[in-house]
Design a protein around this ligand. Structure first.
Ligand SMILES: [Zn+2]
Length: 509
């Protein structure tokens, strides 16, 4: 049932995304100002790559007065500090007495009582201090007022002294009582003003969205949000996740180069991802949308915790049975790097209370970085931060990706003993050669006693379907081993040893 519902949602969005101009009427594009939908007789419109918006609706929503001089075919927009004058079909406008060029002239669109003056969006954003976000799937335009420049005609015109932000309708504690006749939730005030009030139907507040630079995006929230189910969309490839019943917290902080407090993006240098962006998707019901723009359709995993939603990119989805190749046609090997334990599962506790999970993650990240530099290896981390992932899921990630190799990174413990040394485990016969080769390199790097290659039934090396090994670099319960394992230089050598082993096994060295 859930699947059917998902499919419906997917179809709806798919249809919307490809509605195009031919059937634009079937889904009216919407216009939002500071997260609130603006009710207008005319929807935003795209003509010859220019997006036009109804100037009166937007300007009045920002607290400007709008006058229309029918004889002169001139619109004047003013708020006591700024004055913008536009003439229909003229490419020059006046902003605070200075001439400013428009990309295309203002136009009257529609007829009779529905005729509206439409102005190029770019002119509005540049001259009225608005940040613009265009959401392609819904064909909606999101405008956010920028505190610093609102209404001062900053686009090359003389800046007037810092204006007070124009009064957006003040949020009140009595949503629905507004006199506009619309039942729009209370609007979000100007970004950055710190006085954000959640729309009435938002039960959760997004407090931060952070990208770890590796592949995981963490969305933190307070309260309760609806069931966020990401889905893949194509043309261009992207993952879209809508978080129902969510709004942005007043103190929303993010790890992004935010373009405003309520929307932003981070540009990512990754094989898989070009950027992550976020904004409001809808205010009725209040919905926050996060979009991952991909280089190609990708496999991902979602982990939901208390107050967090994490989405990790695992690797590119291959078009059916083909294997990825380099431009010269060489196969690219997918290597899953599994940092053992995580979050509430610390693994072994060292003699000086250091945790195995942190050692495992440090090595996995170093291995990942080294493998990324290999043109014929695509590394995939099962976790890139302190997250808990079930053992079965770790194996499933590798199996779903049809990975070529799986390496699980651990450290040993034997409390009350002086045990010391390096071990490497495999389960199936097809993994023995891989274990032998990696062990040889790892042993040389740790310089610890050789506790040999061994077999064991650990879930991650048993349930994976490709050559899979598990390394135990040393014993955290041994002070000498522990010192080596947490020495930065030694960690680099251990990571390099694992990479050397992988490359030797794949005959890439
Ligand atoms: Zn372990």
């Amino acid at each position: 049932m859930k699947k059917a519902a998902m499919m419906l949602v997917f179809l709806a969005l798919f249809v919307t995304a490809f509605a195009g101009s031919a059937s634009a009427a079937s889904k009216t594009p919407k216009l939002y100002l500071n997260g609130q939908e603006l009710q207008s007789a005319s929807a935003p419109r795209i003509e010859k790559d220019t997006t036009y918006i109804p100037i009166r609706t937007v300007a009045e929503g920002m607290g400007f007065d709008v006058n229309w001089d029918k004889a002169a075919k001139q619109v004047s927009i003013h708020n006591g500090k700024s004055m913008i004058e536009l003439t229909i079909n003229k490419k020059i406008a006046t902003v605070n007495g200075l001439s400013v060029a428009l990309p295309t002239p203002a136009k009257i669109m529609g007829a009779g009582s529905t005729s509206t003056t439409m102005v190029p969006l770019r002119f509005i954003s540049e001259n009225m201090g608005l940040e613009v976000y265009y959401d392609s799937p819904s064909k909606s335009v999101y405008l956010y007022q920028n505190d610093a420049s609102s209404g001062n005609g900053s686009g090359g015109a003389t800046p007037s002294p810092a204006p007070t932000p124009t009064p957006t309708p003040t949020p009140t504690s009595t949503p629905g009582s507004g006199g506009t006749g619309s039942e729009t939730p209370t609007p979000t005030p100007t970004p950055g003003s710190g006085g954000s009030t959640a729309p009435a139907d938002a039960t959760g507040l997004v407090t931060s969205i952070k990208y770890d630079g590796i592949g995981t995006t963490t969305i933190a929230y307070t309260g309760t949000v609806g069931d966020a189910q990401p889905f893949l969309m194509t043309g261009p490839d992207r993952i879209v996740m809508d978080i129902p019943a969510a709004s942005f917290a007043a103190d929303f902080a993010n790890g992004f180069t935010a373009t405003s407090a309520k929307m932003g993006e981070v540009v990512v240098d990754s094989q898989l991802l070009t950027k992550v962006r976020y904004s409001y998707y809808s205010d009725k019901p209040s919905t926050v949308r996060v979009v991952w723009d991909l280089q190609a359709a990708a496999e991902y995993a979602v982990t939901k915790g208390e107050g967090t939603i994490q989405l990790s990119l695992l690797g590119a989805l291959e078009p059916v049975p083909t294997t990825p190749t380099t431009p010269s046609g060489d196969k690219i090997f997918k290597v899953v790097v599994d940092a053992g334990h995580g979050a509430h599962d610390p693994g072994a506790i060292g003699i000086s209370k250091k945790t195995e999970k942190s050692f495992n993650l440090a090595i996995a990240l170093k291995v990942n970085a080294l493998l990324k530099a290999e043109p014929r290896i695509q590394p995939i981390l099962t976790r890139s931060d302190d997250t808990f992932i079930a053992l079965d899921e770790r194996a499933a990630i590798a199996n779903r990706l049809n990975a070529d190799l799986f390496i699980s990174i651990h450290a040993n413990a034997l409390p009350g003993s002086s045990a010391s040394g390096t071990e490497t485990y495999y389960n199936r016969a097809d993994s023995k050669t891989f274990a032998d080769i990696v062990h040889k390199h790892l042993l040389a790097a740790t310089g610890l006693p050789d506790r040999k290659v061994q077999t064991a039934g650990f879930v991650v090396i048993k349930k994976t379907t490709m050559p899979a090994i598990l390394t135990e670099s040393g014993f955290l319960t041994n002070s000498k081993d522990e010192a080596i394992l947490f020495n930065e230089q030694k960690q680099n050598e251990i990571a390099q040893a694992l990479v050397d082993g992988i490359k030797e096994y794949l005959k890439l060295s």
